[in-house]
Design a protein around this ligand. Structure first.
Ligand SMILES: Nc1ncnc2c1ncn2[C@@H]1O[C@H](COP(=O)(O)OP(=O)(O)O[C@H]2O[C@H](CO)[C@@H](O)[C@H](O)[C@H]2O)[C@@H](O)[C@H]1O
Length: 614
């Protein structure tokens, strides 16, 4: 017996006529038995009769359809899904950041962590990112393709490595390698935070086109389960505005020639604020037929980069993809709202958007093995280890060493989204408490200055580390008591997940993924929703921060806080659960040959061994 339960999404919870937001699968619709390519895997709790049936099917892979029907009928009388088998899907994730090779923020983390989790579930998984540096572990495949960008023909070369069950493919071209050196920093999109490269459209047009070539032209044989090219029956997962043209090129350059006829594209929105709005006249640079003009056409009231009518890459991605997904159910609701959809809410109401909350890399962020913290710990030892780590942290940043003073940390990009300006205005209002504040972040210069000035005001109580510093981020998670997450909006947020994994309840605004991941009084403290207007700091929002930080400090001094630490640490915040939801979502696209994968236990430990070494 081998039962595969396929979860199908059905349209539900209309937020406006014709629009919908899905956050959970809604109905069970079909079952299948494996074919000859399937892997049969037995799991904990499996009844012996099931195992016998599994083996019989495995040895008799060419079961006739009658046998298949009988097996399915028999299976339907037994408990569901004790054995899960399937040949899985061919998945191709495309994005400008891919941790640990490249990262400016959470997008890099997601494209680093979700693909191995999908591979662990038995899918064949490729990721495609630009090659920004001479990565030690990426070898030259010697495969080249020529692509038309603007009026020029450009040659790109593919580099590759196979890590944690994933084919990591890097697109090599001087437009990436000559501009960005190293693994991190704001240089991926522009020379400085908030500034774009002038040729970003050409860079990402080239990137989208290259990504469409890779599954067809690369012969990849590192996996013990698969070999050869991925072929055309693939599901592309495009990420954010810079991949918005991928579905357009798929249709205009490939499907028009009879290629990728059954391929599907899902667009994942990690942040709707960055849309790729450019001058309408730039349409000519994109080498797209006129029929795509309306998908890109966009008018707003701003003068940047030109007055009035423009093209909008994100809009094209939303319209031309088969499905749209985002990184939390609550953010999916916000995206279709007038105030929070950043002028694409109308389009998203038409297409619909599914929300799946992000997971986190529980190997990189693991307090029991973390090499950057002085005393490793788990749920049993956290109460003894935290004070030691706090003292080490205080000593490292040069604050008075005292384990009894609660340490509030803020970690993240210093931009209006993260509300570092709101936090900065609130800090003086709660500094009468016996508290220390540590900030780690880089970003807009004026926001950096604001925090540096606070350090001068409170030399014994506040430290502002205006750097991108991974070891420091880990040391903060190991030693801090509370995490301030003061975002005006937050599609998912990984910081609060990382904090909870290290036993730090978040003091967070009530928005986006923070609603889905932080439970008031259980794993954190909610401040309420902030104004979405990034140009002003609302007085009421400052009060919300002050009031809630003070409330959290009061709880810190009670036994209830120890329980909150346990609640935080005992959660499974890994990619395992989200990866299953992603599988259900991607299956719902109906790409030819798609089948569910396996449950992940067999491949996951193996996949973990082969870590990246960029
Ligand atoms: N100064 C510093 N030094 C070291 N490490 C630092 C750092 N500043 C940030 N980081 C790290 O960068 C990551 C940031 O994650 P977020 O989810 O907050 O990112 P971001 O807003 O970029 O992502 C967007 O995409 C992600 C992924 O979907 C969504 O979760 C999020 O809501 C959305 O805004 C974390 O891993 C954090 O530890």
């Amino acid at each position: 017996m081998a039962t595969v339960t396929v979860l199908h999404f059905s349209k539900g919870s209309c937020t406006s006529p014709g629009g919908f937001v899905d956050s959970e699968p809604r109905s069970f619709q079909s079952r299948r038995i494996p074919n000859s390519r399937n892997q049969i895997t037995a799991y904990k709790g499996l009844r012996s009769e099931n195992i016998v049936d599994s083996l019989r099917l495995q040895s008799n892979a060419k079961a006739t359809s009658t046998q298949a029907k009988t097996a399915t009928r028999r299976a339907s009388r037994r408990p569901l899904a004790v054995v899960v088998c399937g040949k899985g899907m061919n998945l191709v994730f495309v994005g400008a950041e891919m941790a640990p090779w490249s990262k400016t923020g959470g997008l890099g983390d997601v494209l680093g962590g979700l693909p191995p989790a999908m591979a662990a579930n038995g899918h064949r998984v490729m990721t495609i990112a630009p090659r920004y540096d001479q990565y030690k572990d990426g070898w030259d495949t010697s495969v080249q393709v020529e692509l038309k960008v603007g009026n020029r023909v450009e040659t790109v070369r593919f580099f590759h490595c196979y890590k944690r069950g994933v084919d990591r493919v890097f697109v090599d071209h001087p437009m990436f390698l000559a501009k960005v050196w190293g693994k991190t920093g704001g240089k991926i999109y522009g020379p400085a935070t908030g500034t774009d490269y002038e040729d970003n459209q050409q860079r990402f047009s080239l990137f989208c086109q290259a990504a469409l070539e890779a599954p067809r032209v690369l012969h990849l044989n590192n996996s013990e389960y698969y070999s050869g090219p991925y072929g055309e029956d693939v599901v592309f997962i495009a990420n954010d505005w810079h991949t918005g043209l991928l579905p357009c090129y798929l249709k205009s350059m490939h499907r028009s020639r009879g290629l990728y006829r059954n391929a599907k594209v899902a667009l994942c929105i990690h942040n709707i604020v960055y849309q790729g709005r450019f001058a309408l006249s730039d349409f000519a640079l994109l080498n797209l037929p006129d029929e795509f003009k309306s998908s890109l056409d966009f008018t707003d009231g701003y003068d940047e980069p030109v007055k009035g009518r423009k093209i909008n890459w994100m809009k094209a991605g939303i319209i031309e993809s088969d499905r749209v997904v985002t990184v939390s159910p609550h953010y999916a609701l916000e995206l279709v709202g007038e105030e929070t959809g950043v002028e694409l809410d109308g389009v998203l109401r038409m297409t619909g958007v599914t929300g799946i909350v992000n997971g986190m890399d529980v190997n990189e962020w693991n307090p029991s093995t973390d090499k950057y913290i002085s005393t490793n710990y788990d749920t049993a030892t956290v109460m003894d280890a935290k004070p030691l780590n706090k003292e080490a942290l205080q000593a490292e940043v040069g604050l008075p060493v005292d384990r009894n003073i609660p340490v509030v940390a803020f970690l993240g990009r210093l931009e209006e989204q993260k509300g570092s300006d709101i936090f900065a205005k609130a800090i003086p209002e709660f500094m009468d408490e016996n508290v220390q504040v540590i900030v780690l972040g880089t970003g807009k210069k004026k926001l950096e200055r604001q925090l540096a000035e606070l350090e001068d005001m409170f030399p014994d109580k506040l430290r502002a580390h205006l750097k991108f510093n991974v070891p420091m981020a880990h040391a903060i998670m190991g030693g801090a008591d509370l995490l301030a997450v003061t975002s005006r909006f937050e599609p998912c947020g990984l910081i609060q997940l990382q904090g909870m994994r290290y036993g730090i309840p978040a003091v967070c605004s009530t928005t986006g993924g923070l609603v889905d991941t932080v439970k008031e009084g259980i794993t954190g403290f909610h401040m309420g929703r902030f104004s979405a207007n990034c140009n002003v700091v609302d007085k009421e929002d400052i009060e919300k921060v002050v009031k809630t930080v003070k409330r959290a400090i009061n709880v810190y001094r009670t036994p209830a806080f120890a329980q909150m630490i346990q609640n935080c640490m005992k959660q499974d915040l890994s990619w395992k659960g989200p990866a299953k939801k992603w599988e259900q979502f991607l299956m719902s696209l109906g790409a030819t040959g798609s089948e569910p994968g396996i449950d992940g236990e067999e491949i996951a430990p193996l996949a973990m061994e082969n870590m990246a070494t960029p």
